[in-house]
Ligand binder design. Structure first.
Ligand code: SF4
Length: 63
């Protein structure tokens, strides 16, 4: 089953690290990050953004 990243806007601090790491998947929407294209990068690249998020706001969701 495919999985896609999801961001909890209540946890996101808007540090923009995920947007800088994988700009084809994450984008800023106001003060928080959001998913622009869940298929815009490899799972490994998305996992890097997940691992680097300082507040663990990004998780995998089953599609
Ligand atoms: S790395 Fe985490 S806290 Fe920073 S903008 Fe992305 S989701 Fe938000």
């Amino acid at each position: 089953m495919a999985r896609i990243p999801s961001i909890d806007p209540d946890l996101c601090t808007g540090c923009e690290l995920c947007v800088e790491t994988v700009p084809d998947v994450f984008q800023m929407e106001g003060d928080v990050a959001a998913i622009s294209d869940p298929a815009g990068a490899t799972e490994e690249e998305i996992q890097e953004a997940i691992d680097n998020c300082p507040v663990e706001a990004i998780t995998w969701q089953d599609e």
